[in-house]
Ligand binder design. Structure first.
Ligand code: CP
Ligand code: NVA
Length: 303
């Protein structure tokens, strides 16, 4: 039976640990110059993008190359998903050519539909609701830096968005304590919060970033207006005043607190440039770890 990676909660904790362990192994061996070009030799990943991307596109494409396979970029104007052809037909066609599909979409239902109809594995490369590859790479980054995940307190400052949702689901499975400071009306989806709480995870929703930062081991932020919300950007800039991760906020957190951001960053809005360049700011480790985490996923799903 084929497996998909559409949201973090689709996988169990042991399955996610298997991916993290494999990611660490692949990263170590890659650094030692050991080739993995036999792992996916001759395999193709079709990559559908309804939205722009730097990290996701490049890390998946480079990852496939390093595993001996090939990645095919299908941009918004190529297949015109849902406009030129139905999502189901695209999934059925791509399944006849490619060994896996990665998709970055607007509606989360689109990636769910791709997964339902495709006969090959489907990986969510970001939807309006989830960004599971980001959360997996981020757990790898926290694990490398702290040596453990369980018991870590992660404070997310800003919008209860796709990245926050995947971090909540990952926190629940890895035993991370999650809290978010957000303006009223920008809370994460209640269904996702309740599911995490039902599994015994502490998920706190706060209004004050300084309260959230207290005793935090990780301060995480993301843009105030996500892709597709460009028209709300001005309004959101006003709504999110006071939700900037700056050096003063970092100093309120635990000593050695990691500063994280999935990128792209809008410096001076959700994070100051100074805070992004502190010794414990790991933004570019996060970007690199997308590669290693996704190589692990691809190896598990496509090999
Ligand atoms: N963090 C992330 O997914 O970056 P891109 O939007 O550039 O892919
Ligand atoms: N929340 C952001 C994440 C970008 C990687 C967005 O959806 O645009």
């Amino acid at each position: 039976m084929k497996r998909d990676f559409v949201r973090i909660a689709d996988w169990s904790a042991p399955e996610l640990w298997e991916a993290l362990d494999l990611a660490r192994h692949l990263k170590r061996e890659h650094r030692a110059g050991i080739s993995h070009r036999n792992v996916l030799a001759g395999k193709t990943l079709a990559m559908i993008f309804q939205k722009p991307s730097l990290r996701t596109r490049v890390s998946f494409e480079v990852g496939m190359t390093q595993l001996g396979g090939h990645a095919l970029y299908l941009g918004p104007d190529d297949i015109r998903l849902g406009k030129r052809e139905t999502t189901a037909d695209i999934a059925l066609n791509l399944s006849r050519y490619a060994d896996g599909i990665m998709a970055r979409v607007f509606g989360h239902d689109v990636v769910e539909e791709l997964a339902r109809y495709a006969t090959v594995p489907v990986i969510n490369g970001l939807s309006d609701l989830h960004h599971p590859c980001q959360a997996l790479g981020d757990m790898l980054t926290i694990l490398e830096r702290r040596g453990e995940l369980r018991g870590t307190t992660l404070a997310f400052i800003g919008d209860g968005n796709n990245v926050a949702h995947s971090l909540i689901e990952a926190s629940a499975l890895f035993g991370v304590r999650f809290r978010i400071a957000c303006p009223k009306g920008h809370e994460p989806e209640a269904e996702i919060v309740e599911a995490a709480r039902a599994g015994g995870t502490a998920v706190e929703i706060l209004r004050d970033p300084r309260e959230a930062a207290r005793e935090a081991d990780v301060l995480y932020t993301d843009v105030w207006a996500s892709m597709g919300q460009e028209e709300e950007a001005e309004l959101r800039r006003r709504t999110f005043q006071g939700f900037t991760v700056d050096v003063e906020l970092v100093e309120r957190a635990n000593p050695g607190c990691l500063v994280m951001h999935c990128l792209p960053a809008h410096y001076g809005e959700e994070i100051t440039y100074e805070a992004s360049r502190l010794p414990n700011s790991v933004l570019f480790d996060q970007a690199e770890n997308r590669l290693h985490a996704q190589k692990a996923l691809l190896s598990l799903l496509l090999a």
